[in-house]
Design a protein around this ligand. Sequence first.
Ligand SMILES: CC(C)(COP(=O)(O)OP(=O)(O)OC[C@H]1O[C@@H](n2cnc3c(N)ncnc32)[C@H](O)[C@@H]1OP(=O)(O)O)[C@@H](O)C(=O)NCCC(=O)NCCS
Length: 168
Amino acid sequence: MTVSLRPYLPSDAQRVADIFVASIEEIASEDYSAAQCEAWARAVDDPAFAKRLAGNLTLVGLVDGEVAGFLTLKGADVIDLLYVHPQFSRQKVATTLCDAIEKLSGARGAKQLSVDASDTAQPFFARRGYVPERRNTIVVEDQWLGNTTMRKTLAANDDGAPAGRRLQ
Ligand SMILES: CC(C)(COP(=O)(O)OP(=O)(O)OC[C@H]1O[C@@H](n2cnc3c(N)ncnc32)[C@H](O)[C@@H]1OP(=O)(O)O)[C@@H](O)C(=O)NCCC(=O)NCCS
């Protein structure tokens, strides 16, 4: 199965919202209570959600032309959103998205990437070399959700080009 990537387009908004809700309801629900998942998924209705997609670098992963998952990079070095539709779970969609964003961030000069990983995503990031740093509790509506700040040091840019000529 091949996963292809492209930048997020405004016309992806509905599909991406559907992926966000389905992945929380069907995947993250293994690790969080129903009430926690409902509060988490309702973020999709907040206008701030659309801003997080359109205002950051967002990549979508496609399988057979269908958007299967998405990732947003906040600023230079923070993975903000990473969600894969349950139908495409464990088919390396998130891996392909993260491979690309790590390369892109490294080429732009980022030395490391961090993420506030859900308990569901923690094994995924751990396998990629992200190291847990701190446990957090965030409040969403009336619910308390745990996540873990994880960080990965990116490999040095070894393309041999002088810094000024590297991809910006
Ligand atoms: C976490 C998530 C993004 C992973 O997406 P994915 O496309 O299924 O992940 P990949 O197929 O690229 O997984 C690569 C490897 O990561 C690890 N991994 C991924 N999901 C895992 C899980 N639920 N439990 C344990 N290991 C997992 C496995 O080692 C996997 O390799 P394998 O399938 O050969 O064993 C997806 O499960 C998801 O959307 N979860 C719900 C939303 C969420 O919590 N998002 C993160 C917010 S920070």
